[in-house]
Design a protein around this ligand. Sequence first.
Ligand code: SF4
Length: 194
Amino acid sequence: MNIPPIMEVGGILISSEILTERFCCDYEKCKGICCVEGDAGAPVTQEEIAGIEDALDTVWGDLSASAQSVIDKQGVAYADKDGDLVTSIVRGRDCVFTCYDGDNCLCALERAYRNGQTSFCKPISCALYPIREKNFGNGLIGLNYHRWAVCKDAVIKGKELDIPVYQFLKEPLIRRFGTEWYNELCEVATSLGL
Ligand code: SF4
């Protein structure tokens, strides 16, 4: 079947790669390096900034001295070169909320949430990766599959386990767009024989 490169599902534009590509994070191989690599923080909303600020006291002791210093100076987020709000970073690359367990990079916000210490997990943009959300204005949203060399083992594992991107990200997609929308996405995938 001919699959259009972009399709509309429930008012949201999606790249067909979200249905056709395979992905499954392989933490043993990548060590969660996405929290460290990169040249900007993770996109955040004003509401998420408020959630992060509420969790800050709880995670403060898990953050590096450099991260604490950045947050003291500029807060938990800043506007990037495009004017979009993103989480603060240390040395121009690591997210301030990165913490370590041996060699593994963890998100201090997510760890505190999973330990039942806070009510905010982490920005939805982090949870949705490798899907990147683009806001076109007028409420129009697009979802793209983002390729990043640090995730090469996730592509291999995703192919081995035959897990499409949209299925790997079922939980964050439902958190962001709701169960009804996710079910519609699944129906589109099925109708395309994917
Ligand atoms: S998104 Fe990429 S770097 Fe981050 S945990 Fe998954 S595979 Fe690893």
